[in-house]
Design a protein around this ligand. Sequence first.
Ligand code: BES
Ligand code: MN
Ligand code: ZN
Length: 503
Amino acid sequence: MENKEIELEFSIKSGAPEKQRTACVVVGVFESRKLSAPAIDIDRASDGYLSDILRGGDMEGKAGSTLLLHKVPNILADRILLVGLGKEREFHEKAYCDAIASAVKTLRDTGSMEAAITLSEIPVRKRDVTWNVEQAVISAHAALYRFDHLKSKPNETRRPLKRVIFAVSRRGELKYGEVGLAHGLAIARGIGLAKDLGNTPSNICTPEYLAGQAQKLAKAYGFRSEILDYAACDKLGMGSFLSVGKGSDKPPRFIVLKHEGGAKGEKPVVLVGKAVTFDAGGISLKPPAEMDEMNYDMSGGGAVIGTFRAIGELGLPLNVVGLIPACENMPDANANKPGDIVTSMSGQTIEILNTDAEGRLILCDALTYAERFAPEAVIDLATLTGACVIALGAHPSALYSNHDPLAREIEHAADHAWDRVWRMPLWDDYQEQLKSSLADMANIGGRPAGSITAACFLSRFAKKYHWAHLDIAGTAYQGGREKGSTGRPVSLLVHFLLNRAQK
Ligand code: BES
Ligand code: MN
Ligand code: ZN
């Protein structure tokens, strides 16, 4: 059983909104009752119909509010949907994306087959047409995302909306809009796949399942793929990675994906994603509260697979390698025990003081494996620490890097993708917290600066190349009743790769 994707068709258009022959034209209204430029066009053509309605008090323009109008005079569209944009001075990225989402959700619930959305014409400070269209596609796609195939009766699916046209204000902007459309669609599809993988519970989404999904993707887009099983990893000396899965009856898989879009011999970018399909903590068992969310502990790996989907859609002229160590962290007679010492593929030994600090144990061997590709850069993504959630919450991913230009490149891509990061220190001073009297290092650094000491641990395995680490524990999914994957940081990674491809 799979989550069936019902995709919207997107296109772009320029031209007068009053002349759009479509089921619904969506126009924005700022607070208080200030019409956006396309709304002014509709208002003029209809002899002040919108102004009358606003004056009557039906709509203030508050963010999130909507008002559907039928039979607006002199307008070719069947309906006009007014969407509140909030205060014009505060119309930044978030307000823009939220407005697109509320427009699309209202359209879904009101029976139009097709709609022309003019919100994409409204300028957002420091952003251009390409950005507006790309974010509109991503936000619209996200607003309609659902994951209900595991309910015995799926949510009601009366959804006539099939086509969405985003408006740009001038003909000359169409070509920039097209770029945004293509990028947005590829990213949206990548995010959709990452969400599906994240939302699939751990009794279904096992290491083998993830390997199967990667292979399916490889087949669809022509990637090379390689799946290493226990024996193959053992032969490579991945003693740290393999130790984590020992308490589980689900066998581990080390997934390798390769996109060879660049010149032969060109050094690849390597993306490494933590994929613990369920993190019970192992013998250092987690408390029950929120343990149900630990199926999302494979989100790093899911984001790598999602990014590969976007890479395939875009046919990026780059060499990219994806590495996904996948396993399950469970308590069992055979599981890692606190105090055990394992030997990593790098030869460095690790004293496992807490079996719940397993992410770094699987990533370190993947980072060593990455050396064989002589990478241009390595970026790993992991739901690595609860401490990261305490430090930064749900908005930025934590960024660490051993190379300032790489860090800046990622910061830039993150800002452009509106998939933000915040750089954290990786100072030598913190390394001392990882001291062990019996092995080369311990796998935990105590309570202070937990996200930083986890990154410091990884840095010891990433000395041979330019490397960055993203702690996505706070950004990859949302917990609680609105539980669900966000598909982050697929958008950031795709932008990073797009920028590299254009160099
Ligand atoms: N997967 C968790 C990190 C996590 C916690 C992600 C909460 C999302 C929400 C990771 O494997 C873990 O358990 N980390 C420990 C490390 C500690 C034992 C040093 C943590 O953060 O508590
Ligand atoms: Mn853990
Ligand atoms: Zn974990």
